[in-house]
Design a protein around this ligand. Structure first.
Ligand code: GLN
Length: 458
């Protein structure tokens, strides 16, 4: 088949099936001609790249040249970027055809995709359930096979949690592996983009394409990108799998508990060695994460003032108003409730007099969490844990209780705080037929080990 036929096939699926899911927010009007161009280059004998003609959906957080990029917010409702994020540019260079943009929580703040300006997304496994968040559109579109692959971003779990809720593979790379250039900033010291796809092999290949040094992002590593997809092996004999003592302490849903136990048993039978490790400060991960993330967000989101780009409140006589009033009205109308909550929380933590008590303290505990992980990785190769305490919850069930929603991130946030690579791989279903993922975490830049264990479990 030609790239154009493939793009046409998926486009038809989007047109017919996405009315129920609401996973797409914008469609690339040029996707068929982009695909035809790939076909023409193939016909000329050109090397079109390792992902020639593969149709992808891209989370709204990533800038796409000429395609609307809203970050799920009214404040960017008409923003059309003049350039591609490095991740998008690299995918295109590898031959990927961008089909459109995918729904998400507003500025990636959320765990259920219910804070999006474009409305909530439904979980394809059960339309009454959330797909998870913030990359809910990516997870739902991939699970419903509306695309061959998607890109998500993960600041505190936003790739892994929706991947788990929708039964797909989601990888958050080591901090610094993937360029953040052109990705709308939420919390810059935590944000990473990564693949949300249907198999570990697809994840490895996509990661290979998007990773590596970028002169436009000084936090990217100079380290060479390994050929993960070619090195994948399911022989994990002798590999040490760490189980955190702290994991089981909380009250896990029985189906999640069983799935985790089954995965451990499976790996044991394959010859892996199971060792107990301890990261006692895991219990502090949620409060530390929400302090750090909200603080950085409050600073990053200061740029949306209605002056240079984005939404601007309607003023009859612009010259007669005060600047503060202008900012206030624009931001008041442009941001949703959750984003405002985070901006207020973050501004408070960064304000003089509170900085040392909150932001600085959070930074110190963050360092201790990282150190505890480094100790744990002296005893094991990969840490296995749940992704969430329970399978996907119902739409509307938690949206009015922010604290309950934040606590949902107990297993995912410490990975970002420590800058470690983490992923979710599907492993079984709940009694109600909802997917459950297993989380694998490795030491910095050890993605291969994590991918291998996922490959063995797949
Ligand atoms: N649920 C977390 C939050 O709301 C994580 C989001 C993310 O990883 N982008 O901040």
């Amino acid at each position: 088949v030609s790239a154009k036929e493939v793009a046409q096939h998926f486009q038809t699926r989007i047109e017919t099936l996405d009315r129920k899911l609401n996973s797409f927010t914008s469609i690339n009007p040029n996707s068929l001609s982009d695909a035809a161009e790939i076909d023409a280059r193939i016909a000329k004998g050109e090397d079109v790249g390792p992902m020639a003609g593969v149709p992808f959906g891209i989370k709204e957080m990533l800038c796409t040249k000429g395609i609307r990029t809203t970050a799920g917010s009214k404040i960017l409702e008409n923003f059309i970027p003049p350039y591609d994020a490095t991740v998008v540019a690299r995918l295109k260079k590898a031959g990927v055809v961008v089909l459109g943009k995918l729904n998400q929580d507003e500025f990636a703040m959320g765990s259920s995709n219910e804070t999006s300006f474009h409305g909530s997304v439904k979980n394809p496994w059960n339309l009454e359930c959330v797909p998870g968040g913030s990359s809910g559109g990516s997870a739902a579109a991939q699970a419903a096979r509306l695309v061959a692959g998607t890109i998500g971003t993960d600041t505190g779990g936003s790739i892994r949690q929706p991947a788990s809720f929708c039964g797909i593979v989601g990888v958050k790379p080591t901090y610094g592996r993937v360029s953040r250039y052109g990705i709308i900033a939420y919390a810059s010291s935590l944000d990473q983009a990564g693949p949300m796809v249907s198999s570990v092999k697809d994840a490895a290949l996509t990661l290979e394409v998007i990773s590596g040094f970028d002169e436009n992002d000084s936090t990217t590593t100079q380290k060479q990108v390994p050929a993960w997809s070619k090195s994948l092996k399911s022989d994990i004999k002798g590999l040490k799998i760490g189980i955190k003592k702290e994991n089981m302490a909380g009250s896990l849903h029985p189906d999640v508990q069983k799935t985790v136990e089954k995965s451990i048993e499976t790996l044991k039978q394959m010859g892996a060695e199971i060792v107990e490790v301890s990261v006692p400060l895991t219990e502090m991960a949620v409060p530390v994460y929400y302090l750090v993330a909200a603080s950085e967000a409050s600073s990053n989101l200061a740029r949306y003032d209605g002056v240079k780009y984005g939404y601007r409140a309607d003023f009859k006589n612009l010259s007669a108003i005060e600047l503060d009033e202008f900012y206030g009205k624009t931001r008041g109308e442009g941001f949703g409730a959750e984003v405002k909550r985070r901006i207020m929380l973050g501004t408070y933590c960064l304000s003089s007099g509170y900085y040392d008590a909150y932001y600085n303290k959070a930074g110190q505990v963050r360092r201790l969490i990282t150190n505890q992980y480094l100790e744990a990785f002296k005893k094991c190769d990969v840490i296995l844990s749940p992704v969430t305490t329970a399978p996907a919850f119902k739409l509307g069930e938690r949206i009015d209780d922010p604290l309950e929603m934040y606590l949902n991130d107990i297993f995912t946030t410490s990975t970002n705080l420590a800058g470690l690579p983490g992923m979710s791989v599907p492993f079984g279903l709940s009694q109600d037929g909802l997917p459950i993922g297993i989380q694998l975490t490795a030491c910095h830049f050890e993605e291969q080990k994590m991918l291998d264990v996922a490959f063995a479990l797949e």
